[in-house]
Design a protein around this ligand. Sequence first.
Ligand code: APR
Ligand code: PHB
Length: 459
Amino acid sequence: MQAAWGTPSRFRQAGPGHCRIGILALPGWSARPLDPRQAGCRPAGRRDPDDRRELIDIANYYRQDRCGRMVVRIQVCIIGGGPSGLLLAQLLDLQGIETVVLERRSRAHVLGRIRAGVLEWGSVELLRKAGVGDRMDAEGFAHEGIYLAAQNRGFRIDFNALTGHRVMVYGQTEVTRDLYDARDRAGGRVLHGVEGVALHGVDGSDPHVTFTHDGTEKRIDCDFIAGCDGFHGPSRRAIPASVLREFERVYPFGWLGVLSETPPVADELIYANHARGFALCSMRNANLSRYYLQVPADETAGTWSDDAFWDELRRRIPGDAAETLVTGPAIEKSIAPLRSYVAEPMRWGRLLLVGDAAHIVPPTGAKGLNLAFSDVHYLHEALTRYYLGDDAGIEGYSGRALARVWKAERFSWSMTTMLHRFADQGSFGQRIQEAELAYLEGSAAAQTALAENYVGLPF
Ligand code: APR
Ligand code: PHB
């Protein structure tokens, strides 16, 4: 059967024996009679964003290819079911914009990753807006400051007094679990175990994604592809090398992280500069602590016994904290490399990059997840405007997101530089770091600058 608006070029040569790409059959989706007025068009003019049904009906349609099989068209195909992809799907759903999320790993694998645990207040509000804030509000901990330490003594930066804002200590793993639960409740489509995801036609008007799922090759046609597939995913590589600009700094050290079922050593986070290397005391809840040590880039976690870790941590943090540190078995121990990275542009045609797919920050300052969420905020606004008839948000997405990305890159780099031991810094470099921390301790202006970046610049 030929579609009423003309057979798309990709099917012209294919007889029944040549159609090798299977059709995505998702639960709850059924074929509807084809209405040429609905053919791949978006509604013109402004519409009520609460009028979900209307937007879905107009922007989604079904057609048959020459093999007689139904092909799905979805408004936004999201690659990657990490926090970026899931939050984007959730926010778009609330606007009546239909998505499918394609995730390479199992849900258990995604939820098994231990990542950072500090949310800017903008992220907190975005999660609430997405309808996934209840458990965070019940179980998260609002923190009004952090401690910075050098030479084994610390001082506090009072975010609330300096900026009127706080942060929320709530693990990324929990955020991701809440997002999966919310997608389940909304009947959202998240396909796990997809393989061979490939992006096509992103710089034209016919973007589509092919992949294998449950042993069958499948294809989704869409209006936009959201590349939420992290640093190693395929989305960024779909931007031609002649267009993509990459900016990178790789640090010559990593963070050795330990999770332990022990009470946190302090009521707020401690970031410690020490001549032996940086240390961080963080937490998840009243009986779950997260600690990190700066280690050489080529170190492996297995070479660190629990005792060696605790001994080294005690050496690097302020004396009063070291004395009260409660230790216990590490329930997770891993090393993460540190890197600053930005890819420009974040939009290429109908492909929009989000989160780690476009940028990486070193974890000093906890910006990674928060930056991903500000991208999601900009993109869900842009797509909402698009489906209301206004292209400007999509056109401006990359510039808008990158303006904030670079500020967070600067902050994460400056925190990393101020707090870590660099092999070539010598005693002069160490004294400069100590002077910078002493300046921070005595200057409300310097503290305010740090605080406003830590709690998060406005979206
Ligand atoms: N096909 C499908 N999914 C893929 C593919 C692929 N080829 N490649 C990667 N993915 C999935 C990964 O399995 C992962 O679940 O994309 C997801 C990307 O998730 P994250 O790496 O967590 O990235 P993102 O969602 O942008 O999260 C923001 O900021 O600093 C970080 O730790 C922070 O992970 C957090 C991130
Ligand atoms: C964490 O709790 O894992 C954490 C907190 C703050 C950071 C980085 C990681 O800057």
